[in-house]
Design a protein around this ligand. Structure first.
Ligand code: ZN
Length: 234
């Protein structure tokens, strides 16, 4: 039996902050992640903006010895332009998965993931799966990587989590935009319970602690009882 493990490498740490020169604008780019599976598949998750092709190509070549055509699958956690910009580099990939949409050239797959069913989409058996995590956008997905070298189960969650600080301060993810905040709150707890380590959409990866899970549970419960009160008084 192979003792090799799956590897998760953060290629670029994302950010999001107000533009210091323009009060009507933000500056943001995504956290970009490479998965190298134990059976030799390379999967890239979230591909920065369209202006980042050269530096992405360089990092793949210099740190991992990979050419764009060595990437087997592209996953964008959702369709925003700072998560999809360099998909064009990876035209040898079997699939481009953008949110819950799975395609290759003009061919669009019809499967449980695209139909909104709960069954995960397998990218490498059960080792790497794509699951729907609606909230930031209704089409958002996360990638789960099991049996990793160091971190246990890793969830690459896109903007379900903006960055680790948004657990203590939920205004961070709410102000980053949420198409369905109550769904996002549920999915945040669900993924925190599934994962030992989370890669957020715009920050460093972090180990999930029991205090974080408890905090997310309290936030969900507080909102659920709030929603219930609203129902009663409407
Ligand atoms: Zn984003």
């Amino acid at each position: 039996m192979s003792t090799r493990r799956n590897e998760v490498h953060i290629l670029f740490v994302g950010y999001s902050r107000p533009d210091s020169n323009d009060s009507t604008a933000m500056r943001a780019n995504c956290t970009c992640t490479l998965i190298k599976t134990r059976n030799g598949r390379n999967i890239i998750v979230d591909t920065l903006t369209a202006w980042d092709g050269e530096r992405l190509t360089e990092v793949l070549r210099n740190l991992h010895g990979l050419q764009p055509e060595d990437i087997h699958v592209v996953v964008c956690t959702h369709g925003h332009s700072d998560h999809t910009g360099c998909n064009y580099l990876f035209r040898a990939a079997q699939w481009h998965i953008v949110g819950a949409c799975v395609s290759n050239r003009d061919k669009y797959l019809d499967c449980a993931l695209t139909r909104g069913e709960s069954e995960p989409f397998q990218l490498c058996g059960d080792d790497v799966t794509v699951v729907r995590t609606p909230g930031h956008t209704l089409s958002c997905v996360s990638v789960l990587v099991r049996d990793t070298a160091h971190e246990g189960v890793v969830g690459i969650c896109g903007d379900l989590f903006e960055r680790v600080e948004d657990i203590a301060d939920p205004t961070i993810w709410l102000e980053a935009g949420s198409e369905n905040a109550s769904s996002q709150r549920r999915q945040r707890l669900r993924l925190a319970e599934l994962c030992d380590y989370i890669v957020p959409g715009h920050g460093q990866g972090f180990a999930v602690t029991s205090q974080m899970r408890e905090k997310l549970r309290q936030q969900l419960n507080a909102c659920n009882s709030g929603e219930h009160l609203e129902d009663v008084f409407m």
